[in-house]
Every structure is written in structure tokens, then in C-alpha cells.
Design a binder for this molecule. Sequence first.
Ligand code: COA
Length: 328
Amino acid sequence: MRTKIVGTGSYVPEHIATNDDLAKIVDTSDEWIRTRTGICERRISEGIGTSKMASRASRNALENAKIKAEEIQLILLATSTPDHHFPSGACEVQADIGAIHAAAYDISAACSGFLFALNTAHSFIQSGCYETILVIGVDCMSKVVDWSDRGTCVLFGDGAGAVVMKGETGTEADTNASGLLHMIMGSDGTKGSVLSCEARTVGNFLTGTKPNFGTVAMDGQEVFKFAVKKMPEIIEQLMRESELTIEEVRYFVLHQANYRISESIAKRLKVSMEQIPMNIDRYGNTSAGSVPILLDELNRQGRLKEGDLLALAGFGAGLTWGAALVRW
Ligand code: COA
């Protein structure tokens, strides 16, 4: 079986928070944020939670794919910021869009989440379990960011992206036919403390202390060093194992964490920034949402032509990393 992406969709909240807006609440400046990260503004959800953002992106993807919700057999939703511990965000999306025949569950791999979900969907299709799968990457980081920590709060934004994947007869080995050609996933749990967010601190039963929610804690420089080393490594591995070359790739659709990280990846791979589309200036780091939002933008702008080779890659807390090579 071959796995094709047959539709894309995305949703970002309407409310824009500019760097100047953040400079009113923490000791920072538009100049610092722009030059260190490439971010100019981000979207912040006001009342629309993770699952609703995901549903809106999903509806757009289904419309784009010309597929009805009832045809979906599996919903995989990647997020680190679900609205509830249970039910899962995927089940909430299922109910919202009316995907009555689907099984649905969430996947947690932070900013790599969408790539992990994409690769999981690919494996289900390859194994013959399912033919039509909705894959969502969504995060509402504004819920878990410490708005008094200038080191992290300026980086993140809210948003959702989704793709519809379909199995078609054919073989993965035919690298000229459209579909997902190869994938990579990896994790290093020993580096968990570099980027973390506690779900709930333990409450004390005896003293009656209530549990609290944690916020994002990060060693920015460690994450930066990890990303600029790991991203080129996995893209090179992806190409090597597919027996294709970097020169054949049209676009590198990368996780939007920091403009300087993407520049460094471009330099290491010896490709121009024209091949590394960016939208971090408008959305910041939307975590699991970033790769599918960017993919949807490229698709809707008509920049993806049939036969184009796309290298998708991301990294995040865990630490985790993932990549997928797609023939459009
Ligand atoms: N505004 C103004 N100053 C800030 C600031 C802000 N928003 N955030 C940090 N600073 C200060 C620091 O306190 C430090 O001051 P000091 O020298 O007086 O101690 C100074 O700026 C430099 O900080 P540093 O951490 O060295 O900056 P940097 O160039 O490494 O950039 C990041 C910081 C966070 C932008 C960068 O490390 C990064 O992007 N890392 C990757 C993070 C990431 O992508 N996380 C998500 C992964 S999925």
C-alpha cells in the first residue's frame, strides 16, 4: 500500500498578540524577539480550546480532500495541551465533526507530535488496518506558558493543522509515485528536563493541599544546540535511506521554533532559505500545530506541485524528533 496526503487544513485563532503587546507584560522588546527568534506576532486563543481548534482544522482538511467525516476510520490527534485528561481530544473532534465510524485517540510527542502521528497513520495504512485516517497536530500553548517568564512566553502561539491520509494500491519502493516514501522517529528520554511542563503536581491527601498545574520550563540554549545538530542529521538519514538526494527536495517543511535554527539547518544542508518556507514571524512556535499549518499554507498557496519532493521534520520535548519524506 501507498499512503497519500489527500487534503490539508489548518486553523489559527483570530486574536493577534504582537511583540509590543508582550513587552507590556514582561521585560522584553520587539527588537530582541525579532532578532533572536524571527517572531513578530503570534495567535492567542480566547475561549476556543484545543479540541475546537482541531475540529476547525479538520473540517478544512476534509473539505480540501473532498471526503466526508463518516468515511474517516481513525483519528490521531497529536497534542501536549489537551482540554481534558479524558476524554481525549481525538474523541472530542470525532463527536464535533461527526466521524461516527472512526476510532480516535491522542498521541503525545510535544512539537514532534504531528510527525509521530503521521508516521503512526502511515504504518496503520501499510499494515492494511485502515485506509482513511485524519491526522491532527494542535496545541494551545497559551494555556501552559508562564506569562511572567520572558525566556519562554515570547516563543509560543496557538494553532492547529490537519491532513487526511488515504491508502492506495502501490508500493512504497516506487519513489516517483506520490505518497509517503520514508519516515524516521526518535526519542531521548534522558534529556527530558531540557524542555518540560508538569501536568499536575501531586496534591497532599493528608493536608488537603490541592494539585496545581505546571508551566513550560526550558533550557533554551540546550534545545537550540540539540535542534541544529539533530535536524540536519535526520534529514540526511531520511535521504540516504530513501536513496534520494538533498538536491532533489523541493521544500523542507520544518518545525517552526526559531528562524535562526532553520537558517543553521539550511547552511548545514547547503540549501537556500527559499527552500525552507517559514511562517514563524506570524504564528511563533505552535508546537504540534506548526508543521501541518505550514504544509496547509503551502498547499493553499498552490506552491506544491505534483511530483514535488517534501522533507518534513520536527523536534521537541522528550526529547523527540521525527521526519517524513513525501512525494506530493
Ligand atoms: N527579552 C529580552 N531578553 C531576554 C528574553 C526576552 N524575551 N529572553 C531571554 N532574555 C535575556 C536572557 O535573560 C539573557 O540575559 P543575560 O545575558 O543578562 O543573562 C540574554 O537575553 C541572552 O539569553 P540567551 O538564552 O543566551 O539567548 P539566546 O540567544 O540563546 O536566545 C532563545 C534564547 C530561547 C531564543 C534560544 O535559545 C532558542 O530559541 N532556543 C530554542 C528554544 C526552542 O526552540 N524551544 C522549543 C523547542 S520545540
